[in-house]
Design a protein around this ligand. Structure first.
Ligand SMILES: *[C@@H]1O[C@H](CO)[C@@H](O)[C@H](O)[C@H]1NC(C)=O
Ligand SMILES: *[C@@H]1O[C@H](CO)[C@@H](O)[C@H](O)[C@H]1NC(C)=O
Ligand SMILES: *[C@@H]1O[C@H](CO)[C@@H](O)[C@H](O)[C@H]1NC(C)=O
Length: 734
């Protein structure tokens, strides 16, 4: 297959109709599109993190916000769920997404990867890839390179056949191959130095990509060894000091972080609009030629797409457009104003280097003068505490602390990064009238003597069994307790100690939930240790191990494990400790409700549901369902899950993601000052509250009436306190 497609390629592009001529090129100062030098303003919107119905509005808002380019990753595991079986439908309709961008008159920066990281399950790799014999991810490994090349070619060919590259009249002006190969780049990874194979792999990836002849430049972010003609780029909160690896490459910032992601158990990160604008202006005045907001719209990790560890369902990111598609003000407006000011300077910026002077302490002036006579200036005050008066060409300018003023004509300050003149807004979640009437179905914990279990001696790795078709794997065994066990008389129960590679463990003894333990963002591994109520005779031990997404980064993350993998020990018996690790264990992948498709319209009628006084409350392993009518209007909708523990939610058969409001945010929510180097540990909110209380229900997933809402609850909750809310934004002039 692979050889054939390479052959087709060669024929097309060596003897085919049209030789590919680069209409997009670059030099050290700018991208050059159809002969025009451009300073490009870009924003990330990931197509599967919203719905096709939302795309036109999001992209229009991006255009109105002054963007030239939409940047997105390509999500391999969404497009190739099993080998050779492709999906380009619905939220994965990549061609449609790109055409929506094209219709709005914007460009596309396509980060094909196929490694994406992105807090996306398995970093975007399909789980089957892990089980290709002999594979090692993202290094000089033949099975990996074959698979990667196959997918990159698939995407490039699709784009070509739809004429989406700029050279064909389409909107794609640049692509990205790979991301950050982990043998350098940043200190954090240095301990995992993997050396020569990674270097060889980088060189191969570059050559492979360039060989695909797209006619538009390729980039690799944070890859200082990116071989020519690939452009290496910067990611970060600040990138003003970044220099590409060759003097003739443009200075690009592929990820200007507008905020950060929220993990379950963590606070909600923020980044002040003033500091973001300051960092962008500072980048531009230092020869920057392309910057991209990561994220411009973050959106939602629908389904089971959130990565380990513990990435929440909301991917709001404090982006200029919020999770629900509404403007996050004043951020959106403040950046729009910044972009207007920068665009006014574009003629000077793309054709000259700045002359830099320092008239006073913490003061700096950058002046750009083009041959054609354009003059633009950036005046900076780097002091985080004091405002300053700066004299430039005999005029005096007042600059607030930590701010930059932009003078497109070297005279008039049209914008200052610390002065917000756009509207402010406050989003509210307003309950929608009408309570929901619930039915419940309680799922039993299975036991080792159930039919249709997989039986082995010893413990199995979780993902190897589930292949990630479910978050859930049951580990089932039995223990025989002699009637002369001392604890039966003393009442001193024995304790069970279970070591797991993560991420959540519920322990059931004879069908009753005995305890729960879970890891967190920094430590997915966990140990359960608790007293267990055993009786004389056979006792059923049923361990429900739950994965909360697969890792999305790290050297050889394909080798990372989940599930009960350490030891299982029973302590406090007459014999002392009994090691159950090598026991006979039976396995059941997934839940009974998942096998019956209780989340779907057709499957939901396959069990007996109860309601009214029989409704299960505060009980583990419970499925709930209700039918509701779509609230009127167009306001975005969510479901308030404050009263629930952990599980997953479906609307008309489609998963809106995992819920876990029971995980309370721990962190240091400090005073978030815009002035001074951005401090992540201060700029966060929600400490002591659920990390995520509201879960987005896309409007387009609803019918007018008779919508099926199903949820699975692992831990126990009170469904009668669940309600629908609509998101309303109130704006005020600051
Ligand atoms: C801009 O680029 C030129 C050419 O590489 C370099 O000499 C100059 O130092 C750069 N200026 C800034 C402020 O980075
Ligand atoms: C995966 O499971 C199979 C049997 O189902 C076993 O042969 C193999 O060793 C397991 N691999 C890992 C990495 O656990
Ligand atoms: C960020 O703020 C925290 C909490 O106030 C503080 O402990 C830490 O030192 C600050 N970090 C930096 C780099 O200033």
């Amino acid at each position: 297959m692979l050889r054939i497609s390479i052959l087709v390629f060669t024929i097309l592009f060596s003897f085919g109709c049209c030789s590919v001529r680069a209409k997009v090129s670059y030099d050290d100062k700018a991208f050059i599109i159809n002969g025009k030098r451009r300073l490009l303003i870009s924003g990330s919107i990931h197509y599967p993190r919203s719905t096709p119905q939302m795309w036109p509005d999001l992209i229009q808002k991006a255009k109105d916000g002054g963007l030239d380019v939409i940047q997105t990753y390509v999500f391999w595991n969404g497009h190739e769920p099993s080998p050779g079986k492709y999906n380009f439908e619905g939220r994965y309709d990549l061609v449609k997404f790109i055409k929506v961008v094209q219709q709005a008159g914007l460009y596309v920066h396509l980060r094909i990867g196929p490694y994406v990281c992105a807090e996306w399950n398995f970093g975007g790799f399909p789980v089957w890839l892990k089980y290709v014999p002999g594979i090692e991810f993202r290094t000089d490994n033949q099975p990996f390179k074959v698979a990667m090349q196959g997918f990159v070619e698939k995407i490039v060919n699709l784009m070509k056949s739809e004429k989406l590259f700029e050279t064909q009249g389409g909107p794609i002006i640049m692509s990205q191959v790979e991301k950050i190969v982990l043998y350098q780049s940043f200190l954090f990874y240095r301990k995992w130095e993997i050396g020569a194979p990674a270097r060889a792999y980088t060189a191969w990836a570059a050559k492979m990509a360039v060989g695909l002849d797209t006619g538009v430049p390729w980039i690799m972010c944070r890859q200082s060894s990116a071989p020519d003609p690939i452009v290496d780029t910067c990611n970060g909160f600040y990138c003003e000091n970044f220099r590409p690896n060759k003097p003739y490459k443009p200075k690009m910032w592929t990820e200007a972080w507008t905020g950060w992601f929220t993990p379950f158990g963590g606070p909600v990160p923020l980044r002040p609009a003033q500091d973001l604008a300051f960092s962008v202006a500072r980048f531009v005045q230092n020869n920057g030629s392309y910057f991209n907001y990561y994220m411009y719209h973050g959106g939602t990790n629908f389904g089971r797409n959130a990565a380990s560890y513990f990435v929440a369902t909301s991917y709001d990111y404090d982006a200029p457009i919020d999770e629900y598609g509404l403007l996050n003000e004043p951020k959106w407006g403040h950046l729009r104003d910044l972009h207007k000011a920068i665009k006014q300077c574009e003629p000077a910026l793309v054709s000259s280097y700045p002359t830099v002077t320092n008239p006073g302490k913490d003061q700096e002036i950058h002046v750009f003068k083009s041959k054609s006579g354009a003059c633009s200036a950036f005046l900076s005050n780097y002091n985080p505490t004091y405002s300053t008066k700066l004299t430039f060409r005999n005029m005096q300018y007042d600059l607030p602390p930590w701010s930059i003023s932009i003078l497109p004509d070297c005279k008039t300050a049209v914008y200052n990064t610390a002065r917000i003149s756009s509207k402010r807004s406050e989003a509210k979640m307003v309950p929608v009238s009408g309570g929901l009437s619930w039915q419940s179905y309680k799922e039993e914990a299975p036991s080792a003597d159930d039919k249709n279990t997989l039986v082995t001696q010893g413990l199995l790795e979780q993902i190897n069994v589930t292949r990630d078709n479910s978050d859930y794997l049951w580990y089932l065994t039995q223990v025989n307790i002699a009637s002369n066990e001392g604890f039966l008389k003393s009442g001193q129960w024995p304790s069970l100690i279970v070591m797991s590679a993560g991420h959540v463990l519920h322990v059931f003894i004879n069908g009753q939930l005995s305890g729960t333990v879970y890891g967190g963002l920094k430590q997915p591994k966990l140990t359960y240790s608790g007293y267990v109520n055993l009786r004389a005779g056979i006792n059923k031990i049923s361990l429900l191990s739950v994965a909360v997404g697969l890792p999305d980064y790290g050297v050889h993350y394909e080798r990372w494990n989940a599930g009960v993998l350490g030891t299982v020990t029973l302590k406090g018996l007459n014999e002392g400790a009994r090691d159950l690790t090598k026991h006979k264990w039976s396995y059941k992948a997934g839940l009974r409700g998942e096998r019956l498709s209780l989340h779907s319209v057709s499957g939901s009628s396959s069990v007996e549901w109860v309601e009214g006084s029989l409704l299960a409350q505060k009980q583990p392993l419970t499925w709930y369902k209700t039918i509701f009518n779509a609230p009127r209007g167009n306001d975005p909708l969510a479901v308030d899950m404050m009263s629930m523990g952990k599980g997953e939610i479906w609307i008309n058969g489609q998963s809106i993601g995992r819920h876990w409001p029971g995980y309370i945010a721990q962190g240091t929510c400090g005073r978030c000052n815009y002035a001074g180097t951005f401090n992540e540990t201060k700029c966060q909110t929600n400490c002591g509250q659920p990390s995520q209380k509201w879960y987005h229900i896309p409007r387009s997933w609803l019918k007018r009436s008779g919508n099926l809402l199903v949820m699975f609850e692992e831990m126990g909750g009170d469904p009668t306190k669940i309600y629908l809310v609509k998101r309303i934004v109130q704006q005020s002039i600051s």
